[in-house]
Design a binder for this molecule. Structure first.
Ligand SMILES: [Zn+2]
Length: 408
């Protein structure tokens, strides 16, 4: 038997070891008692009652008397030497009792989870000081959160009012044991089980700015965040995020990302007010402003609108078995994009994205005449994107420039 002793268990044991009592043992049992995790001597959310611990000598009749009172199978630990190394372990199953099981003990050292070094290539110390808000914890948002946490980002705020449903599971990070829970809380637990030292605040509400109270609430919450990842896939939420940043003149970069219909591909773009970038409105004019004239290569708002399916029907989702893989493909690029933005003005050796707007296709997209329109598995960028005259935040600048041009 391989005994994995958690720090919480050891700490409690040290506190208890001078008491001659019988204590409950909480943990997890795997593979018919080949591996046993000793988690604590009190009940915890991630453990179950797996047996009893007796400190001091134990009489044989006591051993069997206790046995009659317990549910099978369970372990009975006795430590006469009052140390974890001197355990005698008995396993009680319904039809058999195995006394004095041989075991090897391993103390779980969580500091070994992070054998990572700050270096010029990957400045982990800089990343660890960063805070990221992720708005939308669906298949893309959950994986993005995980990759950023694995990459060293330490502080997160998750915002989403959705709960995990059965049909989410095939694409989502979390499993069927999480159905019915808020996605924010389920993803938080998933990440903390792997990277225990990250800080995650969860907000179970939709990011909308219907009232002044909403505005003030989110301003307090997000006023000093380093990056907002807008990955809810909903236009109304994305407009609200864009309004939030620009009307408060917050110097906070935002990454918007979404997928095209059927996840044939997706797009991601950065709006960094510190660089006076074009914004979400400039790319997706509000419906009342559709039809603003463009001459650029990028699809117009209307064309993009038709291409991007933000609200896929259930039937469409069920009919797309490749969806999870295709979403993940885009999300990994998105995570790299986010790291580069977080490390703005900090020298690093990670991929540096020279442009603000990217599209990615999971398959080759053909024109009606059979010519290749977009090659699959290639990142497309648009360097000539500009602010839009119909944008409430940037239209004014364009009008001014046009007037200056006329004067000249
Ligand atoms: Zn704009």
């Amino acid at each position: 038997m391989r005994l994995i002793v958690y720090p919480s268990f050891e700490k409690r044991f040290i506190g208890y070891k001078n008491h001659s009592h019988i204590f409950l043992v909480y943990g997890k049992v795997y593979d018919d008692f080949q591996v046993v995790h000793l988690i604590d001597l009190i009940s915890t959310p991630n453990s179950q009652l797996i047996g009893y611990l007796k400190v001091g000598t134990s009489q044989e009749e006591e051993l069997y008397r206790t046995a009659k009172e317990l549910d099978y199978p369970y372990l009975y630990f006795i430590t006469e030497s009052r140390s974890l190394e001197g355990l005698s372990i008995n396993l009680f199953k319904k039809d058999e009792t195995i006394l004095n099981i041989e075991y090897e003990i391993e103390k779980l050292d969580l500091s070994r989870l992070f054998v990572r070094i700050d270096q010029k290539e990957t400045p982990l110390n800089a990343l660890r000081n960063k805070s990221v808000a992720i708005i939308g914890l669906g298949s893309g948002g959950s994986l993005l959160a995980l990759y950023l946490a694995k990459s060293g980002v330490k502080n997160f705020i998750f915002i989403d009012d959705d709960q995990l449903e059965t049909h989410n599971i095939i694409r989502h990070l979390c499993d069927i044991s999480q159905i019915g829970r808020y996605k924010t809380l389920a993803v938080k637990d998933y990440i903390l089980a792997r990277i225990p030292d990250v800080t995650i605040q969860t907000i179970e509400r939709k990011f909308l700015l219907d009232t002044k109270e909403d505005f003030d609430y989110f301003l307090t919450l997000l006023g000093s965040i380093d990056l907002i990842a807008a990955v809810s896939g909903e236009h109304d939420v994305n407009y609200a995020i864009n309004d939030f940043i620009h009307s408060n003149q917050l110097p906070i970069p935002v990454v918007f990302a979404g997928t095209f219909e059927g996840v044939k591909g997706g797009l991601m773009f950065k709006v960094d007010p510190r660089n006076s970038d074009f914004c979400y409105h400039c790319i997706y004019a509000r419906p009342e402003n559709y039809g603003s004239i463009r001459t650029k290569a990028i699809p117009t708002t209307e064309e993009l609108e038709r291409k991007i399916s933000y609200d896929r029907t259930m039937q469409e989702q069920l009919a797309q078995p490749g969806l999870g893989l295709d979403v993940d493909n885009l999300t990994i690029l998105l995570a790299k994009f986010c790291l580069d933005i977080l490390l703005t003005n900090i020298p690093h050796g990670l991929y540096q994205f020279p442009h603000n707007f990217y599209m990615w296709f999971n398959r080759t997209i053909l024109k009606p005449n059979g010519e290749v329109k977009f090659d699959g598995m290639e990142l497309y960028y648009y360097e000539d994107l500009d602010k839009d005259i119909s944008c409430p935040y940037h239209g004014f600048e364009i009008k001014q420039t046009t007037e200056v041009d006329k004067t000249e």
